[in-house]
Ligand binder design. Sequence first.
Ligand SMILES: *Cc1c(COP(=O)(O)O)cnc(C)c1O
Length: 460
Amino acid sequence: MVFQAKTIIEPFRIKSVEPIHETTAEYRDIALKEAGYNPFMLKAEDVLIDLLTDSGTGALSEQQWGAMLQGDESYAGSRSFLKLQDTIQKITGFQFVIPTHQGRASERILFTTVCEQDSIIPNNTHFDTTRANIEANRAEALDLAIDEAKHPAVIHPFKGNMDLQKLEQFFRNTPKSKIPLCMVTVTNNSGGGQPVSMGNIKAISAMCHSYGVPFFIDACRFAENAWFIKQREEGYKDKTPLQIAQEMFSYADGCTMSAKKDGMANIGGFIALNDGALAEKLRNLLILTEGFPTYGGLAGYDMEAIAVGLMEALDEDYLRYRIRSVEYLGEKLTQANIPIIQPTGGHAVYIDAGAFLSHIPQSQYPAQALCVEMYLAAGIRAVEIGSVMFGKPQPDGSEIPAALELVRLAFPRRVYTQSHVDYLIEALLYVADRAKQIRGVRFTYQAPMLRHFTAQFALI
Ligand SMILES: *Cc1c(COP(=O)(O)O)cnc(C)c1O
């Protein structure tokens, strides 16, 4: 018999450490009051376990640090750019590579170039910066995810899929001149980090091309999506994540990317595509606002970190550990009857705070109240994805609430270990025990746009 461990371990040992500090309940009480009950306004040092985002918060590997020492900081023709370009071409097969300082810069450059007033860009679910960059160009961002995506408790292996019937209907009823491109986001961040199947990607691609519409992938979590395809879709279990990623990209005409996610870097992004004429237009805009086309707002050492990170994100041991840590947390919360979006996705667990704190009405922001409680109880920082973020204030002072009141626990890459996750589970069980005593919140200050970042609250 060979030893077959059931425990999936962190596939790394730790060479450099960053201390985190316990605080007392009294200290957190004061810190949060000073932050206006908005975790975004806390000092990071006052947080014990920070699950605000998985964006740019990961740990670099020794290979990345090593490569960074070799960064070529030449303004033009940097060796580090050529290395990054090679890696992106190998993974995506796209001919032209345009580096940017992060995902939203890629979006701004792409949509400013292709959108006209009244253009419509379909997607499974647009991420908030994607939507904002489309709307800033007076175009429309259209979400066409499958119906299952709207129901937290419904289990579906590829809950990030696009609804093909709705897409076909949209193509049939919309003049082609209004659709500069169609996108799909892998994994679907706003929909719970849910994967998109290869079958769905292939079908979207075929439909786009039969209507003459270019097809782009929002590739931020392409490696996590490849892992789900390997686990769940027939015909892929013997393929490597790299082979699966290559096939995903082979159906598309281009992609936008935030290297702060599956680029395993602290900053960076890119656009990659096959249309040379479009690439030239994008580069011209890039030069205006980001930088010369061989650095695009990045240092040479950033491009080194991304070139190495993109391949590390495709490592099977890493992906197994990453997806398992999220699934493990999801299992424990489900056993404790804490409602979450099912099944767990790639980078985060989403608690359904509307169901969990059903005694708090939507007008008193149950998901914000839960974030407040998690910090007060255990020093954990999470983010509200509910009516604070997406509620629409009306002229009469009322508000149209968000469809769901969610709290997202997003995991930085390679940062926390299983004992951190166990601590988190204990803390959430404690919060669950006293859920009925948790009170809602009300705004005391809100900015006119993207209010969640700077809002101030009071407890009700
Ligand atoms: C993070 C993200 C972006 C934007 O990238 P930034 O690097 O934060 O600007 C776009 N799309 C998706 C799906 C994302 O998760």
